[in-house]
Design a protein around this ligand. Structure first.
Ligand code: SAH
Length: 257
């Protein structure tokens, strides 16, 4: 299975971008989970600076902005997502506090010790969990927080089919205690971790994709890459349904030592 199940990274990025522009979230999550993670952050004021890295079209950023003071910069590699992001901020009247900019997480435009909070939902895997934690740390003030969600194993052992799929797609997937240790070793006090509930994958992620998939398949019926991409998305959703007791997304919240 793992040989046929190509990881998302191998497909044409513009097609992926178009597909995900049609849904509110580009990764598993929910407003409730964003608010829960925010509840562990206690240093924010109107003067705070927050970065949301790999923000996508800003589903979670807008929820943050409505539930926390301070200025938020969303940053994403895809200009199409950032256009939608800034449109969403404007629609909600948040444009004075929320800015979307195009950029890459491996070359962030922030200054040393500038940020009070670094946020990243379902995106740090693009640079790798440990590398992201280590490289982004310098942008945080002492006592600043980092809050990221990351795919993780719930159990020490798991079926080989599942193991192979994820080793191929993202070999840095690991157990929660190992991720917490990595956070500690990267210079943070691990403040909290919690598992995202199942509805973050179903109701908020895979279900909205069904309509997007139909529209996409109609438009790109003759495009082999597009069809393969949709099949890949569907396989991933099925894999989740079959093996959800073994893995999922976990929020990791740390404080810069
Ligand atoms: N945080 C959003 C999006 C998660 S999907 C949500 O939870 O809905 C992952 C996001 O990371 C995508 O928007 C993708 O465009 C972005 N991304 C991928 N590589 C990146 C990079 N090198 N720098 C910045 N963003 C990147």
């Amino acid at each position: 299975m793992s040989n046929e199940n190509k990881s998302i990274h191998e497909f044409d990025l513009n097609l992926i971008c178009e597909y995900f522009s049609g849904v509110e979230r580009q990764g598993p999550g929910s407003p409730e989970v964003t608010i829960k993670a925010l509840s562990f952050i206690d240093n924010l004021t109107n003067g705070s600076y927050i970065a949301d890295i790999g923000c996508g079209t800003g589903g979670q950023t807008m929820v943050m902005a409505q539930n926390t003071p301070g200025h938020i910069t969303g940053i994403d590699l895809f200009p199409g997502f950032i256009d939608l992001f800034n449109g969403n901020a404007k629609k909600l009247g948040l444009q004075d506090r929320v800015d979307g900019i195009v950029g890459s997480m491996d070359n962030l435009p922030f200054k040393k010790d500038e940020l009070d909070l670094i946020w990243s939902e379902g995106a740090i895997y693009n640079i790798g969990f440990e590398r992201g934690l280590r490289e982004w740390r310098k942008f945080l003030k002492a006592g600043g927080y980092i809050a990221v969600s990351e795919i993780s194993w719930f159990t020490k052992e798991r079926p080989s089919e599942l193991n192979e799929f994820w080793q191929d797609a993202y070999s840095e997937i690991d157990t929660i205690p190992n991720k917490v240790e990595q956070m500690q070793n990267s210079g943070y006090v691990p403040v909290a971790t919690f598992i995202l509930p199942e509805n973050c994958w179903t109701e908020h992620f895979y279900v909205p994709q069904v309509a997007a998939q139909e529209a996409f398949l109609k438009k790109y019926a003759d495009n082999k890459t597009a069809v393969e991409f949709i099949v890949n998305q569907q396989d991933e959703a099925q894999l989740y349904d079959k093996y959800k007791e073994y893995y999922g997304y976990v929020f990791y919240i740390g404080k810069k030592v």
